[in-house]
Design a protein around this ligand. Structure first.
Ligand code: NAD
Length: 433
């Protein structure tokens, strides 16, 4: 029997013992996970430095802290989430009592990407454990140091019939996807999302797909430009732009364009130093293939800021491009790097039409104090989630389910939603006779 088949069989057998359904078992598992992460913290930071050149502060702030926050929130609320919920019964059945019982699906598969390789493997795992499932994690092969520590950490704290890690390239995913899982949670590109969903369809396995896309940021003429510059620079250049919810491109009111570009330039210097290519803590591009894909975009417009790169170190400095159009190559795919194309507008309506015609974005950011405009954009444009007068921060809230829509994904997680997404909600109507 091959490794994937054997593992799924072992996990399913273990799941049927019923142990993972016990709430104390789940709480203990989450506590073990917390201890394991604390013990491995330095190794996690070292691995993120080795794979992506993330600084210790960035590794902690954008990966470890988020996972620990989700863990603590789950530990605090698990009893309440897992409790059966009574709901009203139709008046035609006065003797009926209606109850919804959350129950685990069984054996879950979690496939993770490379850009936040720790957070995006362990974040979903918290939901899978909290809901009472067994789980197999497949980390990304493009971040080998994090992949190895994920294996070591999980192997140290959990028996493999409960939680296991299978490392490897596409073949490892393909072999896993042939097996029948009870839930698949995939984070990655839209193209691979399609492959995952097709494979899941063979077994009628439900899926969550956390995908990517081109997320616009809109800056209106009444916005506080200093704050906009700070928040755009943080959101765009964190992890060198390799963030699924990074603002992909900017739409700026023509009256404030020049001032905003100056402020973005000043903010980049303030945050990353006068010469980002010399900044030892600026993350690099994950590999040469992505570097070459990105560096081609640098000629798709006029360089307003940055534009330099060092291929040997896989670094591209934060770059802002003007004079782009909707047909430019840089506007045909998710950029996923430190390059920010900027459009100007005098009338936002044609820009909104353009966004609506394109695949639904994972995120949208709008900077304005004008509440009518806020309502208009929220009404008119469908997107996964986003912020008004900020970037990224919607994904750090335990109370906002995080996910995409259309080509940017389906399903969501974080906070209670992570528990719910890995649970079947069993509805039962009980009559007294
Ligand atoms: P990817 O789709 O190339 O890979 C993701 C995972 O799928 C990896 O573990 C990989 O080994 C596996 N995989 C790759 N090809 C496969 C195939 N043919 N069959 C089965 N499995 C396969 O994505 P990536 O490059 O690692 O990540 C970048 C993408 O992920 C971007 O589009 C980004 O926007 C998206 N993303 C989305 C979120 C989100 O939360 N919505 C978060 C992070 C990244």
């Amino acid at each position: 029997m091959d490794q994937a088949k054997q593992l799924v069989t072992e996990q399913r057998t273990f799941f049927y013992t019923g142990q993972t359904k016990n709430i104390d078992y789940r709480i203990n598992a989450l506590q073990q996970l917390r201890k394991g992460i604390e013990k491995y913290q330095q190794r996690i930071q070292d691995a993120l430095r080795a794979d992506l050149n993330k600084s210790e502060a960035e590794a902690y702030g954008s990966e470890i802290r988020i996972v620990l926050g989700e863990l603590d929130f789950a530990l605090e609320h698990l009893q309440e989430w897992a409790a059966p919920k009574q709901v009203p019964t139709n008046s035609a059945m006065p003797d009926g009592v209606s109850t919804i019982y959350p129950e685990p699906y069984g054996v879950a598969l979690i496939i993770a990407p490379w850009n936040y390789p720790f957070q995006l493997a362990f974040g979903p795992l918290i939901g899978a454990i909290a809901a009472g499932n067994c789980a197999v994690i497949k980390p990304s092969e493009l971040t080998p140091a994090v992949s190895r520590l994920t294996y070591d950490l999980i192997q140290e704290i959990f028996p493999q019939e409960y939680i296991a890690v299978i490392e490897g390239e596409v073949e490892a995913s393909t072999a896993l996807l042939k097996e029948k899982f009870d839930y698949i949670f995939f984070t990655g590109s839209t193209g691979v999302g399609r492959i995952v969903m097709k494979a899941a369809a063979e077994h009628l396995t439900p899926v969550t797909l956390e995908l990517g896309g081109k997320s616009p940021a809109i800056v209106h003429n009444d916005a506080d430009l200093k704050l906009v510059a700070q928040r755009i620079v943080r959101g765009k250049f964190l992890n060198a732009g390799q963030t699924c919810v990074a603002p992909d491109y900017l739409l700026v009111h023509e009256q404030v364009h020049d001032e905003l570009i100056d402020m973005i330039g000043a903010e980049i210097k303030d945050k990353f130093g006068d010469d980002v290519l010399q900044n030892a803590d600026f993350p690099h591009i994950v590999n040469a293939r992505n570097f070459d894909r990105l560096s081609k975009f640098l000629t798709d417009g006029k360089t307003l800021i940055g534009g330099r790169f060092v291929r040997e170190q896989l670094i591209i400095e934060p770059t802002v491009l003007g004079d782009v159009n909707w047909e430019s190559p840089v506007m045909q795919e998710e950029i996923f790097g430190p390059i920010l194309p900027v459009f100007t507008y005098s009338d936002l309506n044609p820009m909104l039409d353009e966004i609506v015609r394109r695949p639904k974005p994972l995120a949208l950011y709008l900077f304005t104090q004008d509440e009518q405009l806020q309502d208009q954009v929220l009404n008119q444009v469908s997107f996964g989630g986003g912020c008004i007068n900020d970037t990224l921060s919607h994904m750090t809230s335990h109370y906002l389910p995080f996910g995409g829509v259309g080509e940017s994904g389906m399903g969501s997680y974080h906070g209670q939603q992570s528990f719910d997404v890995f649970s079947h909600h069993k509805s039962v109507l009980k009559r007294s006779e």
